[in-house]
Every structure is written in C-alpha cells, then in structure tokens.
Design a binder for this molecule. Structure first.
Ligand SMILES: Nc1ncnc2c1ncn2[C@@H]1O[C@H](COP(=O)(O)OP(=O)(O)O)[C@@H](O)[C@H]1O
Ligand SMILES: [Mg+2]
Length: 277
C-alpha cells in the first residue's frame, strides 16, 4: 500500500474565486523524500494542509477528490488520528515550542498521548540523537538560535514517530550552513528510520541531494513529478518559477554542447573533475 495517495484533488477556499488546487494527483511510497517546488501562491501550503488534515477539518471550502495517508482517508478521519501518521513542521519554530526545557518540549506531544514514561524517555533521547541536539536537553528553547529551535521542533515531531513528515519552507529562517545541517539531518533520519518527507523549498540546491522525487506545481496543478535529475536536467522548469541550481544549469549547458556528463545532479565540486580540468 502506498504511503500517500492524492486522487484528483480540487480545493477552493470559501473566499477564493478560483480553485487553488486543481485536479491534483500524486502517489508516494513509504520511505520516499519528495521536494515540492513552485512559485509563491501556486498552492503548495494548501496542498500540505490537505495532507495533514487542516483541509478540510479546519479550513472550509469546496473539496473534491480523495487524500489517503497510510490507508486513512484524510477527510473522513479525526485530526488526532491523522496527527499520529503525519508530522508537520511549521515555517517558524516559535509556533511549535512551548516548554521550559528542550527535552520537555520534545516530550510534550507524547505526554499528551499518555505514553509510558520509559518509552517517552527513549523516544525523546533518540530524537535528540538523530538531530544532534542531545547537549541542548536541559536548555531553555527560547535561548536557542533559529537553527537549534528548528531542530528542537523537528525532534518533537519525530518523537511522535510519524510515517510522513511535512516541512513547509523549513530553511527560510536559517543561514545556508544551518540550513544544510537541517537537510543533512533529514537525510539521516530518512535512512535510519525510513521516515518519508515532503519538503516545500525554493532553494533546490540545498534539498535535491536528499530527494528521491521533485514535483513542480503551478497555479494549483502538478506540472512535473519525477526523479530530481530528470526534472532539472531534462524538463523546461524555468517558466514555472523554479530556481535551477547554478551548477545544474552549467551541467545542462555542457550536456547540450555534447560534453559527456553523468545523468545525475552534480555537486559544485564535481564539475571540474568530470571535465578533467
Ligand atoms: N486561508 C485562505 N483563504 C483564502 N485563500 C487562501 C488561504 N490561504 C491561501 N489562500 C490562497 O490560495 C492560493 C495558494 O496559496 P498557498 O497555498 O499559500 O500557496 P504557496 O504556499 O504555494 O505560496 C493563493 O492565491 C492564496 O492567496
Ligand atoms: Mg506556502
């Protein structure tokens, strides 16, 4: 069974004139990492809400089609049940951090579920280890840097052991190095725990290294959906507002000029090696 099935989804908010999501279908297997790209306003956050259940449970509108997460139909399931399948990381971690210490904060969701103490301890320790924040356990979240807060918030999501974690522009508040660390942590969690991720991100150079898939959305529709190297090297994505990483642009130009390069995305430092210079 697929982890996620979106079948012909259409959604219009009560006060929007047009459908914000139009005939959108997407299927995702367990363990996949999917990056969702597209210009501002094309409906990415709306699509994420339709996966975590905020749509149709919190936002009203005209809803057609079906979204199924791990066998559970979103529109027919309770938010509480969905929350155990889908974790959601807000853009701004301030919205997700409440407690006086990092470890209490990560444990918060688990305590609400009435999980036994010992198991909470294990899950919190494991989440802190995966994100490299064990040394912050006793610290107060509000004293931490943005990057650290983001990792604490993600640890809180992971401790709930969701099958799918959704991140909506997670690096927008982070400097490039901290953003890279977050993406590295996502790759590690995916490999170690098999957790699937959907990441909305403009800075594709940061995230394509961990992605199995890249979907491009435009005006509520899905335009491309394939392996990242296929989409970025072979598809004409620029008209859809996708920022192609500089190294990929160069790689594409060189390929078009007949210079043989591997059909995968190269890291910046690989280009001169491949060219033999
Ligand atoms: N709560 C809302 N009510 C009405 N319209 C909304 C709401 N949220 C978003 N929209 C509209 O839906 C469209 C898609 O928005 P959004 O999903 O936030 O796009 P993105 O995340 O790709 O920037 C935009 O035109 C936006 O103005
Ligand atoms: Mg958005």
């Amino acid at each position: 069974m697929a982890l996620l099935e979106i079948e012909n989804l259409n959604f219009r908010y009560l006060d929007s004139e047009r459908e914000v999501i139009q005939d959108f279908s997407l299927s995702m297997e367990h363990g996949e990492v999917l990056v969702l790209a597209g210009p501002s306003g094309c409906g990415k956050s709306t699509l994420l809400r339709a996966i975590n259940g905020l749509i149709p449970h919190m936002y009203q509108g005209e809803y057609k089609g079906r979204v199924v997460v791990d066998g559970m139909e979103v529109a027919k399931s309770e938010m509480r049940a969905l929350a155990q399948k889908v974790g959601f990381l807000f853009q701004n971690p301030e919205n997700q951090i409440f407690m006086f210490s990092v470890e209490r904060d990560i444990a918060f969701g688990l305590e609400n579920l009435g999980i036994p103490r010992q198991e909470i301890r294990e899950r919190v320790d494991n989440a802190m280890r995966l994100l490299g924040i064990t040394n912050l356990a006793k610290r107060a979240p509000h004293e931490l840097s943005d990057g650290q807060k983001q990792r604490v918030a993600l640890a809180g999501v992971l401790a709930m052991d969701p099958k799918l974690v959704i991140l909506d522009e997670p690096t927008s508040l982070l400097d490039p190095l901290t953003a890279r660390e977050l993406v590295y942590a996502i790759g590690k969690i995916n490999k170690e725990k098999g957790t699937s991720f959907i990441i909305v991100e403009h800075r594709l150079d940061l995230v394509v290294t961990v992605a199995d898939r890249l979907a491009v959305m435009y005006e509520g529709k899905k335009i491309f959906d394939d392996r990242p190297e296929k989409v970025l090297l072979e598809c004409d994505v620029e008209p859809y507002g996708v920022l192609v990483p500089a190294v990929t642009k160069l790689q594409r130009q060189l390929s078009r000029q007949g210079i043989p390069l591997p059909r995968r995305l190269l890291a910046p430092e690989e280009l001169p090696v491949e060219l033999g210079v």
